[in-house]
Write a protein that binds this ligand. Structure first.
Ligand SMILES: Nc1nc2c(ncn2[C@@H]2O[C@H](COP(=O)(O)OP(=O)(O)OP(=O)(O)O)[C@@H](O)[C@H]2O)c(=O)[nH]1
Ligand SMILES: [Mg+2]
Length: 78
């Protein structure tokens, strides 16, 4: 991950409650790990067979952000 666009996203999440949603394997958990080092969210490979994620995140969880606010990581629904 090159970190491009992480700062503006951090800024957008600051001070509010947000939810990250989208298909499995697009990098939702990876993005949150980049935004808030130390979260240690599990990330998974994308299947070579289907080219989709393998539903690594399996539950909803809300995390407080250092800059204020919070964010919810969600399982990809498809
Ligand atoms: N090339 C590239 N790969 C990325 C990037 N971000 C994440 N990945 C890869 O994409 C794969 C899936 O990432 P996850 O963060 O587990 O995806 P997710 O959206 O949380 O998936 P679910 O938890 O299954 O819904 C992993 O192999 C990551 O290493 C990125 O910016 N670039
Ligand atoms: Mg995930």
């Amino acid at each position: 991950m090159r970190g491009v666009g992480i700062e503006p996203l951090k800024e957008a999440l600051r001070g509010r409650a947000s939810v990250i949603a989208g298909p499995s394997g697009v990098g939702k958990s990876s993005l949150l790990n980049a935004i808030q080092p130390g979260l240690g969210l599990r990330v998974g490979e994308v299947s070579k067979l289907t080219n989709k994620g393998m539903h690594t995140t399996s539950h909803l969880e809300m995390f407080p952000l250092d800059g204020g606010g919070s964010v919810v990581d969600t399982p990809g629904m498809w």
